[in-house]
Design a binder for this molecule. Structure first.
Ligand code: ADP
Ligand code: MG
Length: 187
């Protein structure tokens, strides 16, 4: 990121959420961004995750400057390259564990058999295969976050982003989720 700005404007106020941020992340890095509530972490992650555009500045993703990409260009690049994990899991309550993960792959051009194979593989890797047919509401917070991580990994992204992924978990569960993320990184 080069000299990145994000300014939120409403009728009343202008909020400078990112004030000239420079950041370089290399392939293989494991990075934590820390700071008090409201300092701009989610804003930064949403831009890095291609969910939002900066007000100014450049964003080079594998040498491609995407800061000025429009919505559809961004979303195309995002689905090929990025997995996102949220504090509140964001699973769909009406779908089973396996269906939640498979949903993430429906946006990829992939035959159904390959999709099922991928889903089985990530469930296995995240230790949730025995919960494939459960609904999210039947799982603990830690298990739900494992499902969300599996969903983020299913597309085999080059970049995995997590916005306060342990914020809704007790400290034991939080420790497990962080360990899992470290394992994924070193694998
Ligand atoms: P963090 O994730 O570090 O808590 P955020 O990135 O959510 O911080 O917010 C940074 C600042 O930008 C805050 O002052 C917040 O109120 C403001 N902000 C975030 N999103 C919006 C928005 N959609 N509209 C207006 N202001 C926003
Ligand atoms: Mg935040």
């Amino acid at each position: 990121l080069h000299n990145m700005y994000k300014i939120y404007s409403t009728d009343e106020v202008e909020t400078v959420a990112l004030n000239g941020v420079n950041l370089e992340i290399e392939q293989g890095d494991f990075v934590a961004i820390m700071g008090p509530s409201g300092c701009g972490k989610s804003t930064l992650l949403n831009i890095v995750g291609m969910l939002d555009n900066p007000s100014d500045g450049d964003y080079f993703f594998f040498d491609e400057n995407i800061a000025k990409y429009n919505e559809s260009q961004r979303s195309e690049l995002r689905k090929q390259n990025i997995g996102f994990i949220f504090q509140s899991f964001n699973l769909i309550e009406e779908l089973s564990v396996a269906e939640n993960i498979e949903l993430a792959l429906l946006y990829h051009d992939m035959p159904s058999a390959e999709r099922k194979k991928r889903v089985a593989k990530v469930m296995d890797r995240m230790g949730i295969a025995h919960r494939a047919n459960h609904m999210p509401g039947q799982l603990s917070g830690g298990q739900q976050q494992r499902v969300a991580i599996a969903r983020a990994l299913a597309g085999e992204p080059r970049l995995l982003l997590a916005d306060e992924p342990t914020g809704n978990l007790d400290s034991a569960m939080a420790g497990q989720v962080m360990e899992l993320l470290e394992q994924i990184h070193s694998a």
